[in-house]
Write a protein that binds this ligand. Structure first.
Ligand code: NAP
Length: 294
């Protein structure tokens, strides 16, 4: 018999989590602020709790997936709910900051509850599939307790470390990578539109160039980890050619009236590195200039 699980929050993601738990055979109790959103889960076999307190009381493990930590606090930091959580496991899968997770862990401990913090690196359609990725941090013994339940939510559950803030920290780092690509794509679309290039052609070039960019990203991470900033025989590209090509992009954007908010940020970082004498160093030397200047 699988352990009973309660899930708070039946938004797009919470509903996917609850469906996966039901599919894996967990008796599942759900609660949502707007009751109508819980109705499809009742049809799928979940119990719908009338209150947060009833939901938490129904299981030894409560998964929370609402919009943000403030919403979670509004649900859990009630005397009766907190009392019902004592001796139980909270798995917070709402997105948040590292400090928010650390604070929530401390609060849970003071209520006598155990706590894991997770970040979901997937859209709802990946939940319950082999490709579903969840990053989890918190006490390793508590992770072992939650491991089987988490495995029902995705085939790629990764324990990141004992510090409860680490899952959110890594999540933010990966999202920074993702938005780099997405905002870069927005710029590419703007340039293509300004020069009347069909977007299908841009898509083809992305496919052709993706392995090159992949290689550059991996190399940048590796060299930054090794602090190999000076150019050497393995350097793929120093700052200089990147900056030259970047200036061509800026000139084109300027000429076509394309918004420069993003490239102004790139320019500022290039300038800091170049002014500090890194023009002919490996591009990885730019990683030294990502802290806010004093
Ligand atoms: N969707 C994704 O692809 C994805 C991927 C990774 C992580 N996540 C994370 O998963 C979480 C939920 O995302 P979602 O896509 O499911 O969002 P969503 O569809 O907008 O659902 C938000 C949920 O939060 C609830 N909620 C909001 N404020 C609340 C409050 N003050 N008190 C109680 N409940 C409240 C909503 O209840 P009502 O129905 O009553 O409004 C709803 O259940 C977020 O932290 C998000 O960052 C989502």
């Amino acid at each position: 018999m699988q352990p009973a699980i309660s899930v708070l929050g039946m938004g797009r993601m919470g509903a996917a989590l609850a469906h996966a738990l039901i599919k894996a055979g967990h008796p599942t109790t759900v609660w949502n602020r707007t009751p109508a959103r819980a109705a499809p889960l009742a049809a799928a076999g979940a119990e719908v709790a009338a209150s947060v307190r009833n939901a938490v009381a129904a299981s030894q493990i409560t998964i929370v997936n609402v919009s943000d930590y403030q919403a979670t606090q509004g649900l859990l930091r009630d005397k009766e709910v907190a009392g019902a959580l004592a001796g139980k496991l909270i798995i917070e899968l709402t997105s948040g900051t590292p400090d928010g997770a650390r604070e929530a862990h401390g609060w849970a401990q003071r209520q006598g509850a155990r706590y894991l913090d997770g970040a979901i690196l997937a859209t709802p359609d990946f939940i319950g599939t082999e490709a579903g990725t969840l990053l989890v941090s918190g006490p390793s013994g508590v992770f072992e307790e939650g491991r089987a339940v988490l495995a029902a939510l995705g085939g790629n559950v990764q324990f990141i470390g004992e510090d409860p803030g680490l899952a959110n920290a890594l999540d933010s780092a990966v999202l920074a990578l993702m938005w780099g690509a997405l905002f870069g794509t927005l710029q590419a679309i703007a340039v293509a539109r300004a020069e009347a290039i069909d977007l299908g052609v841009v898509a083809k070039q992305w496919t052709a160039t993706a392995p090159v960019i992949d290689g550059l990203v991996s190399d940048l991470i590796r060299r930054s980890a090794d602090k190999r900033y000076a150019a050497d025989s393995e350097t793929l590209s120093s700052v200089s050619p990147h900056y030259g090509a970047f200036r061509h992009l800026v000139e084109l954007m300027e000429a076509r009236g394309i918004d420069r908010t993003i490239t102004d940020g790139y320019e500022a970082i290039f300038r800091r590195a170049i002014d500090a004498g890194h023009l002919h160093d490996d591009f990885a030397s730019m990683s030294l200039f990502m802290k806010r200047p004093a």
